[in-house]
Ligand binder design. Sequence first.
Ligand SMILES: [Zn+2]
Length: 393
Amino acid sequence: MAAKLTPLEIMAKLISFPTVSRDTNLPLVDWVQEYLSSHGIESHRWVDPEQPHKAAVFAHVGPWEEGAVVLSGHTDVVPVDGQPWDTDPFTVVEKDGKYFGRGTCDMKGFDALAIWALVEAHTQGVIRPLQLALSFDEEIGCTGAPPMIEAMQQVLPKGSAVIVGEPSMMQAVTGHKGGTGFATHLVGFEVHSSLMHTGVSAIMQGAKLIDWANQQNSANMAKEPGEVQAMFTPPWTTCHVGMIEGGTAHNITAKDCRFMMDFRVVPGESPGDWEAAYLQKVREVEADMQAIHPDARIDVSKHFDVPGLVPEQNGEAEALVRRVTGDNGSHVVSYGTEAGQFQQAGYSAVICGPGDIAQAHQPNEYITVAQFDAGHDFMRKLVEKLGGYFPLP
Ligand SMILES: [Zn+2]
């Protein structure tokens, strides 16, 4: 058997692979598989056929039966381009009680703890199985997890309780909003702006859609939230345009205007209904454009679609995490995760991981040593419980 690495050593190794979502994560996956294999653990990879430089990796230890606890993380990180880092983002640096590095918080710190726990569970022996699931492309719309979950279900006995280790300060988070986003491209008709009544400005028509979003936000804000909705901040669905480009010159009606229209949807409202409402407005604006010139049009394509995590009644994953952490508060978050995708695939799911989401995606991203240690403590107790030393819920 190879030497066991500490969680910190594993995290340092994972962070040394610059697995920004657009780039390959295969060297990281190779390393994880070799490390697990050096401790006698068989693991599996699922390579994305459409982008073979990316893969998910998953593994099962303990009795070969259903009902595993699943530790779920993602291997990709957001870019560091243009961010003012004081240290090398791909080297873990400890300073002032914090570990700095891209992904320390979101979420290679948790990935490292999960790998550590898997090796411990395998070597100590467990009564209830433990699974590891590490995805890719989480940061660009949670598109890697659904095929990974499908592959896991074909290869491994089905797990039942999933802990998604996104940073939650080790609190059990039982709900998050669903999200869906649309790449929107308006194609106008160019004329000199002195004759703008004969042209179609893609920008000025696009502004109608963006103002529609403003109106929806005001209307949503004015609604009385339901009981579950009231748990969220803000307790309403938000419509947001975070990027826009278009136009050629100040005196030409714009040929093109592109933007991203995103919705974060509270439970009780459906992303599908928001999609339908948006597309209806798109067709209305397109009709305005085509009344001026028949070649004008609007193309819309979905760029992400992440189901919400719905708080479960007596959820198994939540009960398990509460049993380990002793936390009885009730928490929801407004960011999307893969937890809703596991829930949709028939698992009980909860979010619980070390670190504060406020540090995610930032320059000088860090996780405090205290949070990382709290995560380590959680994994130690979890493995003990899986070994039967404490009764499980
Ligand atoms: Zn994350």
